[in-house]
Design a protein around this ligand. Structure first.
Ligand code: SF4
Length: 326
């Protein structure tokens, strides 16, 4: 491009949310698959998308990971590792893997495991567990599957919280999915608390630090921009919540985009300011791809808006640490 054409490009102020993108649980899960491939060689079986991002999944496939939805898709008698995704699995899954003599490696995020433990403790203490979350999400299936069928009641909306009828209103506890909207969840919890004041709450918030920090950054940036892009997959809960948070803060054009090719230039081709964030499962390289696409049309003035500092790190699953050491 000649300096003359570049001079004609309009200016675009870009506010880049920080933190954004990969969280410690996602980094650990992807590392687990990569390390397993290095240590044991391909194939490495992964139950469900290791994290909700097609780019990441395709990259791991190219290195020899084989993604399956259920264990019966894995050949009987294999000695290859079978990795459970960051979202966690129902108790029946590792039990089934043990029956099949599979070498299972659990890459469930430790913050999801914390929720599993809470639900189990409440159940042991005879409490009915209310799980606030989205039906059908793998994390919700995994958390509900920690307890016998019927022991967990799922509440998805404020309306359901108003109508919920527990077996014993004096003996309730709640947990939540880790990737929910902070504001929606606060509303649901407030309704339940008002109706059931004795309801036991988590010691520490179940919505994880990464979800919280990314939503706070989006809430700061969204009111100050004409449009907002959240890099992330449609099946990524935390990415969807970021888009909704931007919309709720008054940003008229807040969209979820997986790759630069999806950008609707009818909307994004005539703006003066843009906010950019990325869900916890979206790699930074895709944020760069999006910025490059804008740089081809605009002269960018990029500012980073920091709202929190993150230094969370989770070590690899135990089996991988000891086998790597050997
Ligand atoms: S979003 Fe939170 S709970 Fe989910 S993997 Fe990341 S850190 Fe863990």
């Amino acid at each position: 491009m000649t300096p003359e054409t570049s001079a004609r490009k309009p200016e675009l102020r870009v506010l880049l949310c920080a933190p954004r993108g990969f969280c410690a649980g996602v980094v650990r899960a992807i590392d687990a698959v990569e390390r397993a491939l290095e240590i044991y060689g391909p194939p490495v079986y992964v139950r469900h998308e290791i994290v909700h991002n097609k780019y990441v999944v395709e990259g791991l496939k190219a290195k020899g990971a084989v993604f399956v939805e259920e264990l019966d898709e894995i050949p009987a008698g294999t000695t290859a590792p079978v990795i459970f995704s960051a979202h966690g699995v129902a108790r029946a899954v590792p039990e089934d893997a043990a029956r099949r003599n599979f070498f299972a490696i659990d890459a469930t995020c430790p913050l999801v495991t914390k929720v599993h433990r809470e639900a189990t403790v409440h159940h042991k203490r005879g409490r009915e567990v209310v799980l606030i979350g989205h039906a059908g999400h793998p994390e919700v299936i995994g958390t509900m599957g920690q307890l016998p069928e019927g022991a967990v009641s799922l509440v998805e909306t404020a309306e359901q919280a108003r109508l919920f009828q527990p077996r014993d209103p004096g003996n309730l506890a709640f947990t939540t999915q880790t990737t929910l909207s902070i504001d929606d969840t606060a509303e649901i919890v407030a309704i339940l608390r008002e109706r059931f004041p004795a309801m036991v709450a988590p010691h520490k918030e179940d919505i994880c630090y990464a979800t919280t920090n990314r939503q706070e950054a989006v809430k700061r940036v969204a009111p100050a921009v004409d449009a907002m892009i959240v890099v992330g997959a449609p099946n990524s809960s935390n990415s969807q919540r970021l888009r909704e948070a931007a919309e709720r803060e008054g940003c008229r054009h807040a969209v979820l985009v997986q790759r630069a090719g999806e950008i609707d230039w009818g909307v994004f081709g005539a703006i003066a300011s843009l906010g950019v964030s990325a869900g916890a499962s979206a790699p930074e390289i895709l944020v760069e791809e999006i910025l490059d696409a804008f740089a081809a049309r605009y002269t960018l003035r990029v500012e980073t808006v920091h709202t929190a500092h993150e230094d969370v790190f989770f070590p690899l699953p135990r089996q991988l640490r000891s086998d790597a050491a050997e």
